[in-house]
Design a protein. Structure first.
Length: 135
C-alpha cells in the first residue's frame, strides 16, 4: 500500500484524503508569543466518525518539529469532543510555538485524517512568499 499525500502551496487551498476534505484556511504569526497559528477546516466525507486530536497534526521547518510535543497546541471552537461525524465540518486552530513561518520557512503543515493510515496525509508546503501574498 503506497499511500497518498497531496501537497498544496498556499493558504486557502484544500486537500482531499481518505474522503476527508481539509482546507488550510489561514496562517498567521503572533509576534507577542512567537507562535504561528494555522486555521484548518476539516469536513468528514466518510461513513465512520473521525477521531481528531493533536496527534493528527504536524508542523515542520528547518531544525523545527512540532508533532506530539509541547510545541504543538490544537484547539477547536466547534468541537466539544474529538469526534467528527459524517458530513460534519469542524475548524481547528493549530499553533506551533517558537516558529515564525515568515522567517523560519519553508514550513510544512501536515494533517493526518486517520492515524491508522499514516501514509495518507494532507500537506501544505508554505514559503514566506506564499504566506506574505496570502495576507
Amino acid at each position: 500500500c503506497s499511500g497518498y499525500a497531496p501537497v498544496q502551496h498556499a493558504p486557502g487551498t484544500s486537500n482531499v484524503v481518505l474522503k476527508v476534505v481539509s482546507t488550510l484556511d489561514r496562517v498567521e504569526y503572533k509576534e507577542d508569543d512567537n507562535t504561528t497559528l494555522f486555521r484548518v477546516v476539516v469536513t468528514n466525507g466518510r461513513n465512520n466518525a473521525l477521531e481528531v486530536t493533536k496527534a493528527n497534526f504536524a508542523v515542520k521547518a528547518d531544525r523545527y518539529l512540532a508533532y506530539q510535543n509541547d510545541k504543538l497546541q490544537v484547539t477547536s471552537p466547534d468541537a466539544l469532543s474529538h469526534q467528527v461525524k459524517k458530513n460534519e465540518t469542524v475548524t481547528y486552530f493549530v499553533s506551533a510555538k517558537g516558529l515564525n513561518a515568515l522567517t523560519d520557512g519553508p514550513v510544512t503543515f501536515t494533517f493526518y485524517p486517520d492515524l491508522e493510515y499514516s501514509e495518507f496525509s494532507a500537506n501544505w508546503e508554505l514559503t514566506a512568499d506564499a504566506l506574505k501574498s496570502a495576507t
